[in-house]
Write a protein that binds this ligand. Structure first.
Ligand SMILES: C[S@@+](CC[C@H](N)C(=O)[O-])C[C@H]1O[C@@H](n2cnc3c(N)ncnc32)[C@H](O)[C@@H]1O
Length: 448
């Protein structure tokens, strides 16, 4: 939880930014870009990625671009707390552009540790630039200097979650879990690497300033461009959150088996299946998203058959020993890496996606060979997309039974095991190791 006495705690700083804020020489344009990124991320899903391609961002030198992104991400993770601090000092609602300038400034001073003289003076310069914001220059200066002088005051990390999400998670997981989830949402996650079989996780961990997590994932302390990290060129690992690596371990594909990955892109799980020696077909409706899989197959020397296709419309008549359905979902469990997901997901999407998942689950069942198995997973924390789907699926499909998971054997936190034998991984688990993404996973064996 946020430190009630002092406001948001500081996040570890990305490497490039560390170099730069020490010299405090990053200018106004990087702060403009941070505001552009922040607002784009708040407007719609995918907005952050689109904004990263805008000239206001791409025209910046690399370190300034990294700084702008770090500021936007820090602001997104702490938006509720930042607004609590601002709202205490604002008597009237300022124009949105002014709020953005102040949010960007506070993300720097309160979260990233940028020196106040740099964060505040650039905020004042930003206000000065536009006719519409110029009249608020003195307000920006007074508010930000006041916070610097008197401290931010108490904040509540649950306030970083939209109300409807906080209410849902409280009802589903309880108040203590909600506090843990809110805390996890404030923290910048480390990068996790999955290794090809035969590679030594301890040796890689030593090279990438990392540690080996249960299950064999290597969690690295490194930041910046992964293409420059040891082992990238040799294709011995790929980036995959520790929790995202669990469903394929639950599926346990074997050499000589056939496997189908029904919603495969960008492909971390296909790579895991291919690395097991099983022969894998990977489907996805998005050709663009499959490009990442194609690149990673080339880099790692692994093989998969790829088809661009809505999985339920695939005309191929084969059935498979092992079927993975990593279904499209609200992705609310990925808030550590994609903090904007909590802001852009709308309540109505939960039900709409649950309908899609229902349809895809039925299509997946038809692909499972007699004696074969199906793993269903989603990176959502919403029950309708997880537990409720499997309860309904088992009612519709008496030929399938839950194969209870062994969390230790699949590299999942032990407390993730549900009474039914499914896995409900929460981002607040493994807090001492830096947390994990949220996932639901169930293995269903075809017994009839
Ligand atoms: C959660 S992501 C999959 C992540 C992937 N399994 C991985 O590990 O990298 C869901 C994917 O489902 C795809 N998708 C959505 N509807 C689909 C459908 N009807 N058939 C096939 N793919 C679909 C999306 O394009 C998206 O790439």
């Amino acid at each position: 939880m946020a430190d009630k006495a002092r406001g948001p705690r500081r996040e570890p700083k990305p490497q490039e930014e560390r170099v730069h804020d020490e010299t405090a020489d990053i200018g106004v344009e990087a702060r403009v870009a941070a505001g552009v990124l922040l607002n784009a991320a708040l407007i719609r899903r995918g907005g952050l990625d689109e904004a990263l391609a805008l000239p206001a961002v791409t025209a910046l030198p690399g370190p300034d671009r990294a700084f702008a992104r770090a500021v936007a991400m820090a602001a997104l993770r702490r938006l509720g707390e930042i607004d609590q601090i601002l709202d205490r000092r604002l008597q009237k609602r300022p124009p949105e552009a002014i709020r953005t300038i102040m949010r960007v400034s506070l993300a720097q001073t309160l979260v990233l540790g940028t020196p106040a003289f740099a964060a505040v003076s650039t905020a004042v310069k930003l206000a000065e630039r536009e006719v519409k914001t110029r009249p608020y220059k003195a307000l920006v200066n007074a508010v930000l200097r006041g916070i610097e002088r008197e401290g931010p005051g108490p904040t509540d990390a649950v306030g970083n979650l939209p109300d409807w999400i906080a209410a849902r998670w409280k009802q589903t997981y309880g108040d203590a879990a909600l506090q843990g989830l809110a805390q996890a949402a404030t923290e910048e996650p480390a990068t996790d690497l999955s290794l090809k079989p035969g590679e030594d996780p301890e040796a890689l961990a030593a090279l990438v300033e990392g540690e080996v997590l249960p299950g064999g994932t290597v969690r690295t302390g490194m930041r910046g461009d992964v293409a420059t990290w040891p082992g990238y060129e040799d294709g011995i690992w790929w980036v995959q959150d520790a929790a995202a690596a669990v469903p394929v371990r639950l599926l346990a594909p074997q050499a000589g088996e056939t496997a189908l990955d029904m919603c495969a892109a960008p492909g971390g799980k296909t790579l895991q299946i291919a690395a097991s020696g099983a022969s894998v077909a990977a489907l996805d409706r998005s050709d663009a998203r499959l490009n990442r899989l194609r690149q990673n197959l080339g880099r790692t020397g692994l093989a998969a058959e790829i088809a661009v296709m809505p999985a339920e419309e695939w005309l191929d008549s084969r059935t498979f020993d092992a079927v993975l359905l990593d279904a499209p979902c609200t992705a609310t469990g990925t808030f550590r890496r994609n903090p904007e997901v909590l802001r852009t997901t709308k309540p109505a999407e939960v039900g709409k996606l649950a309908d899609v998942q229902h349809r895809l689950l039925d299509a997946a069942a038809e692909r499972v060979a007699p004696g074969g198995r199906l793993v269903y997973c989603v990176c959502s924390l919403e029950r309708e997309e997880g537990e409720t789907q499997i309860i309904a699926f088992l009612r519709r499909n008496p030929a399938f039974r839950t194969a209870p998971a062994d969390p230790g054997a699949v590299g999942a936190p032990s407390e993730a095991l549900t009474p039914e034998g499914w896995l409900r991984i929460l981002p607040s688990m493994w807090a001492d190791k830096g947390g994990v993404d949220g996932f639901f996973a169930a293995r269903l064996d075809r017994v009839g």
